[in-house]
Write a protein that binds this ligand. Sequence first.
Ligand code: DQQ
Length: 539
Amino acid sequence: LQKYQPYRTAFHFQPIKNWMNDPNGPLFYKGYYHLFYQYNPYGAVWGNIVWGHAVSTDLIHWIYLPAVLIPDQWYDIKGIWSGSATFLSKDNPVLLYTGWSNASTQVQNMAVAANASDPLLRSWSKILENPILVATAGMNSSNFRDPTTGWISLDGLWRILIGSKIDKNGTGLALLYKSHDFVNWELDHPLHSVANTGMWECPDFYPVLINEKKGLDTSANGPLVKHVLKASLDDKKHDYYAVGTYDSNANIFIPENKMIDVGIGLRYDYGKYYASKTFYDDNKQRRILWGWVNESDNVAADIAKGWSSVQGLPRKVWVDDSNPHGIKQWPIEEIDDLRHAKHSKKNLYLKQGSIFKLQAKRATQLDIEVIFDLPSHEQQELVVNNGMAQIEAQISCTKVGAFEKGVYGPFGLYVLATDDLQERTSIFFYLEHSSKGWRTLVCSDQSRSTLLPDVDKTVYGSFVPITKGEDFLSLRVIVDHSIIETFAQGGKVCITSRAYPIRVNDDSAHLYLFNHGNQTIQVQSIVVWEMSNVVFDSY
Ligand code: DQQ
């Protein structure tokens, strides 16, 4: 391992070393949050996958525990792939996972807590009936994986989803299975499918309350409830979701808007964020989302530094009507406990071309909240964020980031910046004029984030829905060495990015506000907190 590790994070979850990918089976049990994750014990690249394990009482301070599931049976000898946790009863958590078998097929297996009185759930037993679910005639056993958390439907039977693809036309789908005992499963029907979306990995399906931040247990349904269906698109490596209605009598899911269905509509995150999974946190009655954030450097760099990937900060998710057909996401409140030194400013005016340096001692670890006046009160176009709009947003952000100056913007923040701005990652708003009014973009521009050549510097971005009555634009940006998580407009749009500056260290990193647009931009307020380091323990 490299001694000098500037890109390791201070408060994001990552193992001590080696490769990590999808979060698996998150749950809360007897006072502890559990995180399992796809892990390679032998290196910093994907392979030899087991379920790594860590526990925490606050979702921030983690204790590393030994892996819980390792390949030792014919049905999972090539790898313990992704899956989920379900409580069959209060003291009876079980895990479902995909095994990569000796014949290279994907089969579903179950493990039960071997000692339910252990709050750390260190030991799990694979059941004798495994594999409990295999691909049947007409299905492709290479596209059959990632079981969800189970829920109980109106008929009293357990239901789960498994991600799949129908080969001929690349239709991605979530297969619905039913069971009376969680061991014997029968195919019900595909819950949902969308043409040309390819393999659906890691499906997730959960209820949300309309206009309430409170979360719900996975089996909940009723008149005030909507459901979110998420799929991770293998072809695009993005997590797409749709909000809709789940009829738990007929067991069908109807998306609110067919134009922005799963795989062709909204994304959890417009940067790097994949194979995510939610769980219901009984402790604080909220639904929490975990997502995998991979590296943007290269394999050789990962091997040299000895690790690859981090998990995004856990996010609370809910729906609200100011975000048509969408959800909102916000870092869990526990993150706020890491804030210490605070610097704030009010009523700044950013003239055309201005760059304003903000005070922050260690600008490699920051939590920033900034509110701008909405610069134009002319009509805002409510963009339908379908695939086309996403391509347009990406193109506009790339152009603006590189050279374009507009009327309103680009304006925003330079993070992880050197004092000569040779290295900087910019998170900005830009208002683009359209025939229907202004369209507001939020972008994360990595093109100058590092002087290193061999890094993916793709610019990310999305349109932001600005609803009537909103007269501000807001950003929360959390910086942690090599990861930047952006939450725009109260969590309506999220962008996660990675940066590997070589001239920025804890003493030399800077933070700036900037405005390159023609019009002056008013900053109503900006608050910058320096963030503490989290020390992880091993058991
Ligand atoms: N990762 C797992 C699979 C899943 C994929 C293997 C998504 O189960 O489909 O590591 O990243």
